[in-house]
Structure formats: structure tokens, C-alpha cells
Design a binder for this molecule. Structure first.
Ligand SMILES: C[S@@+](CC[C@H](N)C(=O)[O-])C[C@H]1O[C@@H](n2cnc3c(N)ncnc32)[C@H](O)[C@@H]1O
Length: 214
């Protein structure tokens, strides 16, 4: 195995451990909210930078959406496939290895785009948001960001993560400070996305937008 391969595998292993452990209560809360606020009952939902697809699969569990899990790291997608099978959602699940900046999907093909904890890592924010907008159907909705659901859940996550890594919360807060809301407003405007909302509060940040009817 090359160093790059080992690093990718280690990153996927670490994220999966966190997702199954301290982060586990976060996904159902976010999923319920995104599903409810999509005002859709079924269609195609993509979880971008999905890791083990905990968010996408939580949406799949409570809805008739088909789920695509997209990640740049193929080792994360191995977890996503296993998770889909163990939840009995294999029939409506597919995994796609790719970069958000060049999504391997047709224009106007997706009804709901969700993403958690991935946008920090996108090299070109304008390209990434333009790609997400491109694949959205008219009236599709997107929820892109990083959140922990509720203040109570976040407090528990902080407690558990601190026991594993005392620096974790300081690093989390630094991510938000180093990537201010204005930076994302710039990306959205350059990508020609209008009518967006950026929620930024103690539980996280979510960029929410929809595509108007043609
Ligand atoms: C912090 S993890 C979050 C995983 C998952 N969404 C969650 O909340 O548990 C960030 C994920 O984004 C993926 N990622 C980073 N850059 C990406 C890109 N340009 N395109 C697609 N996925 C990307 C990483 O491989 C990683 O799985």
C-alpha cells in the first residue's frame, strides 16, 4: 500500500469510528429536519462527502428517497455500502466515488442534496456549489454544512470527543472561525445561486438553497 492509500484508509476508519460512536445521535436529527423541510416524500437524494453515509441512510430510513452516497475516498464508500446493507437499505442505495467539483451525475437529476462536515475540505468552493446547483432538479433543495443537531447533542459530543482528543473542540471552533459565513456568501454569489439562507448558530452552520422552476 502506498502512503496515500494508507492515509485515505486511516481517515475513513477514523471517521467511521466517530460516526458510529460520539456522532451517532446527530444524523437522525439532521435527517428528520432535512426530509421535513424538503417538502418531498420521494425522489433521489445525494449525500455529498458522505463518509459512511450515516446522514443519507438516515434519510433513506424515514422516507421513500433513493440514496446516493458520494465521496472522494473509496474506503469511506466501502463503509457506506456495508452500512446500507446492514440497515436493509441496499436496494435503494448506490455509492459513487467522485469529487464534488466534478459530480458524475446528469444536470437536473437530483431532488435533495445533503452534506455534513465535508464543505471545509472543498478546494474550490465556487466550482463545488455550481456543481451541486447544476445537478439539482427545479424545486430541488440543498442543505450543505456542518451541524450537530441540538445544543444538548453537541455538548455530549464535545464531552466524548474531548476524552478521545483534548484538542477536538478547539479545532472544531477554529474551522468555523477560519471559514467565515462571508466566504460562503462569496462562493454562492459567484456560482449564481440566489435565494439562499445561511444558518450559523451554536449547533453548526447550514447553507440552504433551492432551485426555482424554469
Ligand atoms: C469529516 S468527513 C464527514 C463524513 C460524513 N459526512 C459525516 O458527517 O459523518 C468529510 C468527508 O468529505 C469527503 N470529501 C472531502 N473532500 C471531498 C470532495 N472534494 N469531494 C467529495 N468528498 C469529499 C472526505 O473523504 C470525508 O469522507
Amino acid at each position: 500500500m502506498t502512503k496515500e492509500t494508507t492515509d485515505k484508509k486511516e481517515l475513513a476508519d477514523m471517521m467511521e469510528k466517530t460516526a458510529r460512536g460520539p456522532f451517532a445521535p446527530v444524523y437522525p436529527i439532521l435527517a428528520e429536519r432535512f426530509y421535513r423541510e424538503s417538502f418531498l416524500k420521494k425522489g433521489l437524494c445525494i449525500d455529498i462527502g458522505s463518509g459512511g453515509a450515516q446522514l443519507g441512510l438516515a434519510i433513506g430510513k424515514i422516507s421513500d428517497f433513493e440514496i446516493i452516497s458520494l465521496d472522494i475516498n473509496k474506503y469511506a464508500l466501502e463503509y457506506a455500502r456495508k452500512n446500507a446493507m446492514s440497515m436493509g437499505l441496499g436496494a435503494k442505495f448506490s455509492a459513487l466515488c467522485g469529487d464534488v467539483m466534478e459530480l458524475p451525475l446528469d444536470s437536473e437529476s437530483v431532488d435533495l442534496c445533503v452534506s455534513r462536515g465535508s464543505f471545509w475540505f472543498w478546494e474550490d468552493g465556487v466550482k463545488a456549489f455550481a456543481e451541486i446547483y447544476r445537478i439539482m432538479k427545479p424545486e430541488a433543495k440543498a442543505f450543505i454544512g456542518c451541524g450537530f443537531g441540538t445544543k444538548e447533542i453537541l455538548e455530549k459530543v464535545i464531552e466524548q470527543m474531548k476524552a478521545l482528543n483534548p484538542e477536538w473542540n478547539a479545532k472544531r471552533l477554529k474551522m468555523f472561525q477560519d471559514n467565515p459565513v462571508e466566504k460562503y456568501e462569496g462562493f454562492l454569489q459567484a456560482a449564481k445561486i440566489k435565494n439562499y439562507t445561511i444558518e450559523d448558530n451554536e449547533t453548526g452552520r447550514y447553507i440552504i438553497f433551492s432551485k426555482p422552476l424554469n
